[in-house]
Design a protein around this ligand. Structure first.
Ligand code: GDP
Ligand code: MG
Length: 716
């Protein structure tokens, strides 16, 4: 009869490499029922009676992802003859976290200790016999890549799959073991002896699926909850944390006794990580890194390029050349105005930012490529989860610094529906590449020499995400459990210059493309509406169609400090694309006419706005509803109009409130203006925000407290 061997391991442990090596061409590919997770199986070469089943790469056997569900269901129901657990020897601790859980299942297990070639290169080694003794299962050192140790591994698998000895379980602390023994007593008779330990630990973990499957009676429920209560008292921690700690303590003991290290035990990556992901240092370091990134892009290197584009290219060359061309061909005055005041002024105002965008994404590309960004996601996960938010929200946030559209789409990786909605609603708070010109203009014109203004947009965007996440979590509709997420921390490596260049030039090119398409068209519209009256007669800008519309809406922005019609129009056109905010300024302040440069726009703006109102304008544009393309993405991901409106309303409302608070309180506290009724409104808004963040959650089952979950389960 054919025997099933289950191939299990962390992502990137080398499972696929080993699977291909063992099965060669005898592979069958399909999908696991009900999910889009790929299913691969195949006969082992020269061992046709052994059927190898490749399970999805997982870190844990919790039911948080479809991969984990698939793997766990298979192991529980298909009853494989043996588990072949691939362990990445260079990441022993993380890999053993899964191994311990696999061993709990009571299925005969063989460990393939993979990547031993790399381990050796790193000058490290693992005492395989000791590890095998401590885990109670056979271990074979291999290198799937170098094809080492494979025949020995196969005979071990064959031997193990024919054995039927009672399983050995690595032991946790005595008190915890006692609790497990007690829970085993509560389990239904139908659970086979060798699976009892797994079910008992999962019951302690309050795993909803397992509890559902076990369907405890009232007395058992009460007993279980008492056992949990006692454990929580003994360890003064919640039960989930206790179990995780038990596993890690055991792993710690085991791995410290089996790992032999040359040098002082840590490779360079680990040493760097000790600092970079340190509880206290991680955030200051991150702030510094982002500061430096923006400093290079907006304050220094990027700006040199931008100044050149503005002052030389679009200051001296392009307008003059085009003017000459237009004159040579005797083009009519209105068309000249369209080309120069509309297209050249608008697109010029935007294209000037290409160098800054290039430098920004060059820096971000390097951070991504060397592996720093995954550290930050890891650090953020730790922080987010403390607030009951999913750490997975950080990935969409990171992507949204490029463009909100893929950022919103990246929220698909979040399984929890509520967390996903929250992420969709908040991801576009990050400054995307199109918002960069606004940031750069405000920072340059109003805060020259203050290197914190540009990065502050980044931090305010992130703060808005975290704080509104907290507030939204407290609402009835969006409260719920946050799913933990464990991620890969790849070793640091030198940045690959091609990868980084490709990344940053992709961003710059797509920015230029937008300037040539959507911005181009809106520039023409804005030029037209700013040059003609409703009667279609050519007029001064301040009598134009646009001026009358702008005046009509300006009252709305009065409390935010920029209730001037030009800023109003700029903010409204931002809905089309955030780049048009600056393009509108370029056209409305008529930059195309002469060889006026960016700095002259600065002077003009300084006459119309105070630094405070400009900052308020920046914050409003940073947080308000994104461009139509991103709103479209929000609509696709939300799947209905209602939630799209909620999202857009939330974003715009928040932007309005935050800008109002900044402007009104700033006026009183920084400029020593007399308080007005708006000061009072600002204070009320601020208190309402603080309240919405700190209040008690509205839903019955709000943030992950297992005690709540337990109560829920006990009440049936
Ligand atoms: P999976 O995600 O578990 O399926 O892992 P893969 O089989 O895709 O392997 C992940 C990476 O590790 C690939 O780049 C492999 O080439 C590499 N890899 C796999 N086994 C070994 C090994 O024994 N030594 C080394 N150095 N690399 C390996
Ligand atoms: Mg794979």
């Amino acid at each position: 009869m054919k025997k099933q061997i289950a191939l299990v391991g962390n992502p990137n442990s080398g499972k696929t490499t080993l699977f291909n090596l063992l099965t060669g061409t005898n592979q069958r590919v399909g999908n696991w029922p009900g999910v889009t997770v790929e299913r691969k199986s195949g006969n082992i070469k020269k061992r046709p009676h052994l059927d190898l089943q490749d399970l999805p790469g997982i870190y844990s056997l919790s039911p948080y992802t479809s991969e984990e569900m698939v793997a766990r269901d298979y192991l529980l129901t298909a009853q494989p003859a043996a588990i072949l657990n691939v362990v990445d020897a260079t990441n022993l601790e993380r890999n053993l976290y899964l191994t311990l859980q696999l061993l709990e299942m009571g299925i005969p297990t063989v460990i393939a200790l993979n990547m031993t070639d790399t381990l050796k290169q790193q000058g490290r080694s693992i005492k395989v016999d000791q590890l095998s003794h401590q885990l109670g299962c056979p271990i074979q050192s291999i290198s799937a890549l170098k094809k080492m140790g494979i025949p020995q591994l196969l005979s071990e698998v064959e031997r193990t799959s024919t054995q039927s000895s009672t399983p050995y379980f690595p032991q946790y602390e005595k008190q915890f073991e006692a609790a497990i023994a007690q829970v085993i007593e509560l389990l239904p008779q139908t659970i086979p002896t060798r699976q009892q330990r797994f079910y008992a630990i999962k019951s302690l973990e309050q795993d909803p699926d397992i509890l559902h499957q076990l369907n405890f009676g009232e007395t058992e429920k009460a007993d279980l909850s008492e056992i949990i209560m006692i454990l929580e008292k003994i360890y003064s921690d919640d039960i989930e944390a206790i179990i995780v700690n038990q596993r890690y303590q055991l792993i710690e003991t085991i791995s410290s006794s089996v790992q032999e290290e040359i040098g002082n035990g840590l490779n360079i990556s680990d040493k760097v990580d000790q600092i970079v992901t340190n509880r206290f240092l991680a955030l200051p370091i991150f702030a510094l890194v982002m500061w430096l990134t923006y400093f290079l892009a907006i304050q220094t290197v990027g700006t040199i390029g931008t100044d050149w584009v503005n002052d030389v290219l679009f200051g001296q060359f392009v307008p003059v050349i085009i003017q000459n061309l237009l004159d040579t061909f005797g083009i009519a005055g209105w068309l000249q105005s369209l080309v120069l005041d509309g297209i050249v002024a608008g697109c010029g105002a935007i294209l000037g930012f290409v160098p800054q965008i290039f430098v920004l994404f060059f820096c971000l590309g390097i951070l991504e490529d060397i592996g720093y960004m995954s550290r930050i996601a890891f650090v953020m996960d730790r922080i987010f989860r403390r607030f009951g938010l999913s750490g997975k929200s950080f990935i969409p946030m990171l992507i949204a610094t490029g463009c909100g559209v893929p950022g919103v789409m990246a929220s698909r990786t979040i399984e929890n529906e509520q967390d996903r909605k929250i992420t969709i609603m908040t991801a576009t708070f990050m400054p995307c590449s199109a918002k960069l010109p606004i940031i750069s203009l405000v920072a340059g014109a109003f805060f020259p020499g203050n290197p914190w203004i540009a990065p502050s947009a980044y931090f305010i965007g992130m703060g808005a995400i975290i704080l509104s996440g907290l507030a939204l979590k407290k609402t009835k509709q969006l409260g719920g459990l946050a799913s933990p997420f464990i991620m890969e921390l790849p070793s640091y490596h030198l940045p690959q210059i091609q990868t980084v260049l490709r990344y940053s030039s992709d961003k710059a090119i797509s920015f230029i493309k937008r300037a040539g398409t959507i911005i181009f068209v809106t520039n023409i519209i804005i030029w037209f509406a700013s040059s003609y009256s409703w009667a279609l007669a050519p007029v001064e800008t301040n009598q134009s169609i646009l001026a009358s519309i702008g005046h009509g809406f300006a009252f709305f922005f009065q409390p935010l400090g920029f209730g001037n019609w030009k800023a109003t129009i700029a903010a409204i056109t931002g809905l089309l694309a955030k780049e048009t905010v600056i393009a509108s300024f370029g056209i409305l302040y008529k930059l195309g006419e002469t060889s006026e440069s960016n700095r002259e726009l600065w002077t003009l703006l300084q006459q119309d706005y105070s630094a405070l109102s400009a900052y308020s304008f920046l914050i409003f544009n940073l947080l308000c509803a994104p461009c139509f393309a991103a709103i479209g993405a929000i609509h696709r991901e939300m799947g209905n109009a209602k939630w799209t409106w909620i999202a857009v309303g939330f974003q715009t409302g928040l932007a309005y409130a935050v800008s109002l608070i900044i402007y009104q309180l700033g006026a009183v506290f920084l400029y020593h203006h007399q308080p007005t009724i708006w000061t009072g409104i600002a204070l009320i808004l601020l208190s309402a925000m603080v309240y919405s963040i700190v209040r008690k959650p509205a839903s019955a089952l709000p943030i992950v407290t297992l005690k709540n979950l337990q109560k829920e389960l006990m009440n049936g």
